[in-house]
Design a protein around this ligand. Structure first.
Ligand code: DAS
Length: 370
């Protein structure tokens, strides 16, 4: 999307230059620029930015607090107002849906957010939707939207690793870059995107890889593209079905089937697994060591879990594919493997799958497909 600059008159140029600096133009210049500016404004994509909280809405006690601050403090309208450059790219409108740290997201909030984005995407006066979000679980929200939204319109999720009060805060540029992407025709039909640190990631593959660094977001197979000097450059396409091409729809769904994750480690307690399974989940993701390996003393407890819930083997390593019927007897145990999906994303896909089926073979096919 090209940056909208008023070019029709000298006065217009002066006004545009001042606006670019966030200063107000003298009255005469504003008058002279008005007709051309209106034409430009009408042509700009209309983006709704939904605020959910997180560090991008955070505030620290001093400018050197980059890790010690309160998240979810600043309203989305203020976050937008702090980046006046965004108006050169799109007509934006803020909407506050939550004011929370993203660690506090749950299925109810995910559904509420997804339903709102879905409504907005259906509106003819909305061209794209952006969501400001905490970075901790941004990948889960983005993946959930990627699997459920029925739209080709750009949906871009963003956050920040440093609050707006910090020296070298990353939120303002992330917000601007996200608007550049959301406003671009190239972003259409590419599924839900996460734009952080000048990179454009597919919701399917992105993950937060570091607790503090600004360059924390990584994609399993690399980002789809980059944003350079107000322009998005795409180099890859998502290969897996998303949004309009999935069988999942949240219309008419008021709650999601309960799925839990059990984290494997040396000397884990089988009773903890039993207690978790006893909470009534319809499936359990076993975040195993290495290739989703199951400890010898966990086999019988997992066989027991399978009597009341689906069992999905994933890996806690952060990357790589869990191989079926290698060291484990998946066919015999009627277990599913999560392919290359992280335990947290496997949880979301399994939960959505359970709205359609409880057949482990069908779920396995979904893991190969999505
Ligand atoms: N607590 C975090 C969150 O809201 C921090 C962040 O946004 O980076 O996810």
């Amino acid at each position: 999307m090209t940056v909208a600059i008023v070019r029709s008159t000298t006065a217009g140029l002066a006004a545009a230059a001042l606006l670019g600096l966030g200063l107000s133009a003298p009255a005469a210049a504003q008058d002279a620029a008005a007709p051309a500016a209106q034409t430009q404004a009408a042509a700009k994509p209309r983006i709704v930015i939904i605020g959910t909280g997180g560090t991008i809405a955070g505030a620290g006690a001093s400018s050197v607090n980059t890790g010690d601050y309160d998240s979810a403090k600043v309203a989305v309208d203020k976050i937008i107002a702090a980046v006046p450059e965004i108006k050169q790219v799109a007509d934006v409108k803020g909407e506050q849906i939550f004011q929370i740290g993203s660690e506090s997201f749950n299925d109810e909030r995910l559904l509420k957010l997804a339903k709102r984005v879905s409504e907005l995407a259906k509106q003819p006066d909305v061209d794209a939707v952006m969501i400001t979000h905490g970075t901790d679980t941004i990948e889960e929200t983005a993946y959930f939207l990627n699997l459920t939204l029925k739209t080709e319109k750009p949906v871009v999720v963003i956050g920040a690793m440093r609050p707006g009060t910090a020296l070298s805060a990353d939120g303002p540029l992330n917000l601007y870059n996200a608007a550049v992407v959301a406003a671009s025709p190239e972003a259409k039909g590419k599924g839900v995107l996460v734009v952080m640190n000048d990179e454009i990631h597919s919701a399917r593959d992105v993950t937060k890889s570091n607790a503090l660094k600004v360059e924390t977001f990584e994609s399993l197979y690399g980002p789809l593209g980059v944003v350079v000097e107000s322009k998005p450059y795409f180099y890859r396409l998502p290969a897996r079905p998303h949004t309009t091409a999935t069988e999942f729809d949240i219309d008419g769904i008021d709650s999601l089937p309960k799925v839990d994750v059990f984290y494997a480690h040396v000397s884990m307690d089988p009773k903890a697994l039993g207690a978790l399974a006893g909470l009534g989940g319809k499936a359990l993701i076993y975040a195993g060591t290495g290739n989703g390996s199951v400890a010898d003393y966990m086999e019988a407890p997992l066989t027991e879990v399978r009597k009341s819930a689906l069992v999905v083997r994933a890996t806690r390593t952060g990357s790589g594919m869990v191989v079926r019927n290698g060291e484990e007897r998946d066919d015999e145990q009627d277990w599913v493997t999560a392919a290359d999906q992280s335990p947290q994303k496997a949880r979301l896909l399994t939960s959505l799958a359970l709205t359609k089926t409880s057949d482990p073979k069908v779920l396995q096919e979904m893991f190969w497909k999505y």
